[in-house]
Ligand binder design. Structure first.
Ligand SMILES: [Zn+2]
Length: 130
């Protein structure tokens, strides 16, 4: 009985927290890619070029498959580096440029990102990718 109750209550909650967490992470990476694209590829800051869109899609896919949801740290603090080598190099470039600019452009989002950076994942080795 307790088990059924725990399942019924906990999983939807964890799922919602996970969705929020993913949503936040996607919004952050989208904002960063827009800043980067605007600075490097001359786009207007509200859209991105084809190259950056490809990178963003990749980042979204990685997030959708992330095994640490919902207690996920930010990707920069993650114990697992799930990006391929090329995409990882692009991520580093985007973050290096957009990171310092985020506090100015999206202070609230930057703050959340910092808070999320302190999250810890437990039982790292026990967790399996779904
Ligand atoms: Zn671009």
């Amino acid at each position: 009985m307790m088990r059924i109750l725990t399942r019924a209550v906990y999983y939807p909650m964890a799922d919602r927290a996970g969705q929020r967490r993913i949503g936040r992470e996607k919004a952050t990476i989208r904002a960063m890619v827009r800043i980067y694209c605007h600075g490097h590829h001359g786009t207007r800051g509200t859209e991105v070029c084809a190259d950056c869109a490809e990178f963003l899609e990749y980042a979204y896919r990685r997030l959708d498959r992330c095994r640490w949801i919902p207690e996920k740290p930010t990707c920069g603090h993650c114990p697992v580096h799930c990006y391929g080598r090329e995409m990882r190099a692009r991520a580093v470039e985007v973050m290096r440029y957009a990171g310092p600019r985020m506090a100015w452009r999206h202070p609230l989002m930057a703050l959340w990102h910092m808070v999320d950076g302190f999250r810890k994942v437990e039982n790292q080795r026990a967790r399996k990718r779904p």
